[in-house]
Design a protein. Structure first.
Length: 107
């Protein structure tokens, strides 16, 4: 596969072009744009955002648990929360899926 070198000189794409998010930031607050885009100062992450990421990871990991079609779901067990060894429950309806999810969420 041939490799095409990056163009240089006058016709090269500028690294200082405005992206859509950069333009929105510029229109909202020029000082914020200057501090974040030109000086590279990062905005502090809010605790609410961190909590949201943690909750999203937990819910995603629960929903990513997939049994073999012939096996049932392991009762009260997940890769991140060990439960009753060897016990499974068949998940064949929304009610049993709800019961299985409730078994993962210990009080």
């Amino acid at each position: 596969m041939p490799v095409i070198p990056q163009s240089t000189g006058v016709h090269a794409r500028s690294r200082r072009r405005l992206s859509a998010s950069s333009l929105v930031t510029w229109e909202r607050c020029k000082r914020d744009w200057f501090l974040t885009r030109r000086l590279g100062i990062r905005v502090a992450t809010h605790p609410e955002m961190l909590l949201g990421h943690i909750v999203e990871e937990a819910v995603t990991s629960i929903w990513m648990e997939r049994p073999h079609p012939t096996d049932g779901m392991a009762k009260c067990a997940a890769t991140w929360a060990p439960g009753h060894a060897g016990e499974t429950m068949d998940v064949d309806s929304l009610e049993t899926l709800n019961d299985w999810l409730r078994s993962l969420m210990r009080p």
